[in-house]
Design a binder for this molecule. Structure first.
Ligand code: NAI
Length: 425
């Protein structure tokens, strides 16, 4: 079983100070969470609850954990990816009197699941996941917790897919909010957050430019659209690959070149996968790529670029740069994979994750969803639920107020008109 991170790292005091600085900076730029924290401190909506979290432990997630703690909860947290934790942030969180952090960067499988188990040993009554690992572990290894868990919240597309599959099989035994599916999350975090953060991480990790490159984006969903659009804005020639005809058509109508990966492989300088699927780039594609091609993944799991095929094909594997592994083929071509094929905007050594403002929105939805689960948990059966629209609007309104943006309100006549089926020409 894992110990809290502050008992495992060298010089915890220095790490705590560095992590604290990062968290304070993030908090300064998260007005929605600041407003919720004020409300939570006054009303203590999570008093007496224990919240287990498995998320990318960086500064913005820390701001969420502190907001949950301010609502009166005990928090136990760990990572949801072996490479995305910022150890200094994890130590700073662990120093909070109501928070225990087990997250550490670079853990192996045993360490990763040991930390998940350590969180579950706190007997959480609410779970907050990014990828649904906590929920699965509860159902597989800690079924005795299910009766006392009120419910949970899931952050990402892949996690929601996994939970819906579980729900379809009748295997999900407590209610879960699909935080990912709210407009305030997916229309901003997935599109703009993943778009900006992935391209920034790729540039910083490689020190290569996007301008002038042929960029191949695998998947034109929310994340893919963000990456493709922003890469075009940075003067790249962008190719999209898809398996869904309407998405392929959408990309085509938005001016991108669309073709199968097997063709795009021969054209691309930079490849970014973001499908939530496996084997998007495989052996037959690697065979066609040019020397120096750069491959990055922004989807949740490290299965989109088939690394087994690459390892098998390579004559030599070199550490070309921090966060860049070069696979040297027998014909001398070197294909460069970033962040071990894990989500590049979080797992690259220089990655910071999404911009703070975007995470303010996503994590505000998490915070109000946790509050809703505790206040009205009896209204939700076991299974996946949409977050009530009123909560999403609440977060949008706080954000607009913080940005100083005013907008119109429906008049009574307009509301009546929109609600009526009797008006015609
Ligand atoms: P989405 O469902 O909107 O889009 C995925 C797209 O990929 C779909 O249009 C689908 O048709 C397409 N696709 C599936 N298999 C394909 C294949 N073999 N080749 C080409 N296209 C294929 O999902 P979304 O929201 O864009 O999320 C994508 C992934 O990114 C998920 O794993 C999600 O969890 C993850 N994600 C990562 C973030 C990050 O910080 N890097 C943030 C948010 C989501």
């Amino acid at each position: 079983m894992s110990q809290p991170i502050s008992e495992r790292v060298d010089d915890p005091a220095a790490k705590e100070a560095s992590g604290r600085r990062k968290i304070d900076w993030a908090r300064e730029h998260m007005p929605i969470l600041a407003s919720l924290r004020e409300e939570f401190e006054a009303n203590q909506p999570l008093a007496g609850e224990t919240v287990g979290m498995a998320m990318h432990v960086e500064a913005t997630t820390a701001a969420l954990a502190e907001t949950i703690a301010a609502a009166g909860a005990e928090v136990a947290i760990t990572g949801c990816n072996p490479l995305s934790t910022h150890d200094d942030v994890s130590v700073a969180l662990d120093a909070h009197e109501s928070i225990t952090s087990y997250a550490e960067r670079g853990v192996d499988d045993e360490g990763y699941y040991g930390a998940i188990d350590a969180v579950l040993e706190h007997d959480p009554t609410i779970t907050i996941d990014d990828g649904a690992d906590l929920v699965f572990r509860v159902h597989e290894e800690y079924p005795e917790l299910i009766d006392s868990i009120i419910g949970g919240c899931e952050e990402t597309t892949t996690g929601v897919h996994r939970l819906r599959s579980m729900d379809d099989d009748g295997a999900l035994e407590y209610p879960m909010f699909a935080v990912n599916d709210t407009p305030m999350k997916r229309l901003f975090d997935n599109v703009h957050g993943t778009g900006e953060a992935s391209l920034v991480s790729i540039e910083l990790t490689t020190n290569l430019s996007i301008a002038g490159k042929t960029v191949v984006v695998g998947g034109y969903g929310q994340c893919g659209k963000g990456i493709a659009t922003k890469a075009r804005g940075m003067n790249a020639d962008v190719i999209v690959t898809e398996i869904e005809p309407r998405k392929a058509l959408e990309a085509h109508m938005e001016g991108f070149r669309v073709m199968p990966m097997a063709e795009a492989a021969a054209e691309g300088d930079l490849f970014v996968t973001t499908t939530g699927n496996r084997d998007v780039i495989t052996r037959e594609d690697f065979e066609k790529m040019d020397d120096g091609a750069v491959l990055a993944n922004a989807g949740h799991f490290d299965v989109e670029i088939n690394l087994e095929h690459l390892r098998d094909m390579a004559e030599e594997i070199v550490d070309a740069r921090d966060g860049v592994r070069g696979y040297v083929m027998p014909d001398g071509r070197q294909l460069n994979v970033l962040a071990e094929g894990r989500l590049v905007n979080l797992a690259s050594p220089v990655a910071e994750g999404h911009p703070v403002e975007v995470m303010d929105q996503s994590f505000a939805i998490q915070a109000v969803s946790a509050r809703e689960m505790v206040e009205n948990g009896d209204d939700y059966d076991a299974g996946v639920h949409n977050v009530p629209d009123a909560l999403d609007r609440e977060v949008a309104e706080v954000k607009l107020a913080a940005e100083g943006v005013e907008f119109d309100e429906l008049t009574d006549e307009q509301r009546e008109y929109l609600d009526s089926w009797q008006h015609g020409t």
